[in-house]
Design a protein around this ligand. Structure first.
Ligand code: DGY
Length: 337
């Protein structure tokens, strides 16, 4: 008798050839339109699946996998994985994977683009011009802050933080300070041109502060009113990590009150909802979580996720343990249940 083909659920529309690749080995349930799932809908989709290809939108924990006895692998398309409850997945013998490396440079590019846009008031200038406000060239129109020669602070010094440091140091002649859970080896510090600083020193010295740290319960609102008060009033704050790292109301207050010059956010506490207090401000650039959104990088991310998924299902050339497993599973799924 022919062996049963694994069933794979793809949570959001991806590239057509992604589904075709999976369909060569698996029965695929693809999702034709961008969809928001509640917990019950996620549980229903996962209940029949052996594998799932998901995005940061899908929050998967104990409740969502309670009735998914065949599920072996959840392949997240993204480097951040705070949408996955790794403890719950591990306890159920389900491998979780992510897509590091391939999005590093693209995300660093966006961090820099947002920094330049906010510090040099590019979006604000565009809006002002379109609104018909440009009567005559003036010396004092849209004065902003320089990047070259300034001090760039980076909070979180993983791959993306290091790629940003390189851009700042080698490209813009910036002095680069970073704060991280652990210090980088001296050779890496030299290579990216960055010096380690304490958290408070980072806040008070940075002309521009970029947030690139992973989101965990420990760093929820690490940038709160007290942290913002330690920053220079002329500074720029950019968040390309996760929304929960910044207290958005405190940020809106600081920007409105002139205690911080400008900011740019690509991520929000309650995506896709953006607080009206932020939307009302002119000195903030807001983008819809597009850090890794170049066509080439999104294709590369999907390919890594597909490879992870197939490996986790024991299919194809890399059958076995996926290269990007985030959790350690003792024993195989079938032995465990
Ligand atoms: C990630 O990979 O974590 C990004 O936020 C998604 O583009």
């Amino acid at each position: 008798m022919a062996e049963r083909r694994p069933r794979v659920w793809v949570s959001q529309p991806l590239f057509d050839d992604t589904v075709a690749q999976l369909a060569a080995y698996c029965d695929v349930v693809a999702t034709p339109a961008v969809t928001a799932y509640d917990s019950a809908a996620l549980a229903a989709h996962l209940s029949g699946a052996d594998g799932a290809l998901v995005t940061l939108n899908e929050r998967i924990g104990a409740a969502e996998i309670a009735d998914a006895p065949a599920l072996k692998v959840v392949a997240n398309i993204g480097v951040g994985y705070n949408n996955l409850d790794l403890a719950a997945l591990s306890a159920a013998g389900i491998v979780a994977t992510n897509t590091p490396d391939v999005l590093t440079e693209t995300t660093a590019d966006l961090g820099f683009a947002l920094l330049m846009a906010a510090a040099r008031r590019i979006v604000e200038s565009d809006r002002w011009l379109r609104e018909g406000n440009w009567g005559q060239w003036s010396f004092t129109t849209m004065l902003g802050a320089d990047l070259h020669g300034s001090t760039l602070g980076i909070l979180g010094m993983g791959r993306i933080g290091q790629a940003i440091a390189r851009r700042g140091h080698h490209g813009f002649g910036m002095k680069v300070l970073y704060h991280n859970r652990s210090r980088l080896p001296q050779e890496t510090e030299r290579d990216v041109g960055a010096r380690y600083a304490g958290f408070d020193e980072l806040l008070s010295s940075a002309d521009h502060l970029l947030l690139v740290l992973p989101y965990t319960a420990q760093n929820h609102h690490v940038i709160d009113a007290a942290a913002l008060a330690k920053m220079k009033p002329t500074a720029t704050l950019v968040n390309i990590a996760r929304g929960g790292i910044v207290d958005e109301l405190a940020l809106a207050g600081a920007l409105a009150g002139g205690r911080l010059a400008s900011a740019a956010l690509d991520v929000y506490e309650n995506e896709p909802a953006v607080r009206p207090e932020l939307l009302a401000l002119r000195n903030i650039v807001l983008t819809p979580h597009i850090g890794s959104a170049s066509l080439a990088t999104r294709r590369a991310m999907v390919q890594v996720a597909v490879d992870n998924l197939l490996a986790g299902l024991g299919i194809g050339a890399d059958a076995g343990r996926p290269a990007n497993a985030l959790n350690a599973i003792a024993g195989g799924k079938t032995e465990k249940r």
